[in-house]
Each structure stands twice: as C-alpha cells, then as structure tokens.
Design a protein around this ligand. Structure first.
Ligand code: 5GP
Length: 112
C-alpha cells in the first residue's frame, strides 16, 4: 500500500487534532467536518480499505468500533453515525481505512 496522508498523521509528519491514540489506532478530527463533531478512527496498520481486511484483522476491526464508540461518548455524543466509505465509487478519497464518526446533529436514513 502506498503511503497516504493518514500514515503521515500517524507518524506526526503532518499535523492533526488527535483526540485518542493507543498501540493499534488513532482518532483525529476531520479537517472538513460534516457535523458539529466529526472525527476519524484509523488503524495504525496500513489497510487501504475495509474490503482489504483479512481474518487476521478481525480483532483490530472490532477495536476500531469500540474506540469509535468510546471516543464518541468522551465527546459527549449519545447518538452518532458511523460511516465507512469503501472504494472510490463509495466516495473513499483517502486509501487508508477509516471510520467516520459524526454527531451533534440529526441524520436521515437512508443516506444519499
Ligand atoms: P473518505 O472520503 O476517504 O471516506 O474520507 C476522507 C476524509 O479525510 C474526508 O472527510 C476529509 O475531509 C478528511 N481529510 C482529508 N485530508 C485530511 C487531512 O489532512 N487532515 C484531516 N484531519 N482530515 C483530512
């Protein structure tokens, strides 16, 4: 996988508003927020997109969801939306797996 700007955020080569970090993942605020609260949870392992994840990544994927929920709670969110764009046709623009966490406003369903 080629180096993306999210790898550079992990390596502190470019700045980001990091709100959580552990040995497996990082959460930081989206530079172009689509809700009053909008942050991304990314694995430190450079998986390009969700469909590239393998069985060996099962625990890591679960960890990303638990941290998304934990950080959302820490951000004062009770209701929130998770979003994973998988591939360019689904509007993925940065090819390092990331979970969007959005909150602080209402959301409609189904999404556009
Ligand atoms: P995607 O469209 O790939 O699912 O989402 C990529 C997200 O990364 C977008 O919401 C975009 O605003 C965010 N983003 C792109 N570049 C940067 C950056 O340099 N810093 C931060 N914090 N977010 C970024």
């Amino acid at each position: 996988m080629s180096v993306t700007l999210f790898s550079k955020i992990i390596d502190r080569e470019i700045p980001a508003d990091i709100i959580y970090e552990d040995d497996q993942c990082l959460a930081f605020r989206d530079i172009n927020p689509q809700a009053p609260t909008h942050f991304l949870v990314i694995p430190k392992k450079p998986i390009a997109k969700l469909s590239d994840a393998e069985v060996e990544d099962q625990a890591l994927l679960g960890h990303l969801l638990l941290i998304a929920s934990q950080v959302a709670r820490d951000e004062g969110l009770e209701d929130f939306r998770l979003n994973v764009n998988n591939g360019a046709g689904a509007s993925q623009t940065v090819f390092h797996l990331h979970v969007h966490v959005l909150g602080g406003r209402s959301f409609s369903w189904p999404p556009g």
